[in-house]
Design a protein around this ligand. Sequence first.
Ligand code: CUA
Length: 333
Amino acid sequence: MNELLRWLLFLPPQGSAMAREVDGLHYFVILVTMGGALLVTAVGGYFLVRYRRSVGSEPPRAEAASVPAPWFEYSTIATLFLLFVAWWWIGARQFNQLRVAPEGAMDIYVTGQQWMWKFGYPEGPSSISVLYVPARRPVRLVMTSRDVIHSFFIPEFRVKADVLPGRYTTLWFEAEAPGSYSIFCTEYCGTQHSTMRGEVIALEPEDYARWLDGQAMPAPGAPAGATGGGLAAAARHGCLRCHTTDGTPHLGPTWAGLYGSLVPLDGGGEVVADEAYLTESMMDPRARLHRGYAPIMPSFLGVTEPADVAAIVELIRDLRDAAPAPAAPEVTR
Ligand code: CUA
């Protein structure tokens, strides 16, 4: 039922428990109003036919009779009022839940700026456009703007809040499962407003801890002095936070021995990891996902310069004999 209504109303998947509650109220209001509209239409249509003027019919004579108390009207008004109170009560409860983060929520600082989102983590690291969070843990965003009014929206969590210069607004969510969720700016903020997007990457708590560790230290498994340009580009774009170059399993497939190998695909089939597949995986990571890995990699389309893409592919090619590609680790979602 939930899935059917979600599909009928063109709603994105529900990535948090709050999303299901918000949708629940949405369905309730929609179903009752649609039902009411159908009822009125049906009764109107019936009256139209039943009391139509037909040939030879006499208008009924007006008779003075005692008018019964209008119980039907009273009960209709009472029902509508009760529905209004019920919606208001559910809505007010949800509003409070959405406004007030639960105890122990993790704070992340968000700065909106024409035309990007920047994230600062309590442990020190920062990221641009990609927000890393642990799954199944409440996260509170403390947000402000450096210039004009923006608005922070994660459709799959059904949370949205304006981001204002000189003021802090908050918003919280709890991702139910690891995965990647879109961020949009929903306040027109200048000519590049439509490009002000981002991604929430929800990781398993231990993967998140590993990501935090990787932020402070040199990338895991980076061999000293290997293929210069590609390694520098990979480090600059954050590839090495998830991919290793020495065969160690990490958040993404290791690059050691990857080139030219047969990659098992999520949903069946396999593909040879050649230049085309490697490039596609950078630009559209979910097009053909390596089986056993969560779909958490953001797209680097328009982010990574062509020269860097080439250097990274070159690096992966150089690593073809580094080690046999180990099997994918256990599925993390
Ligand atoms: Cu920022 Cu629109």
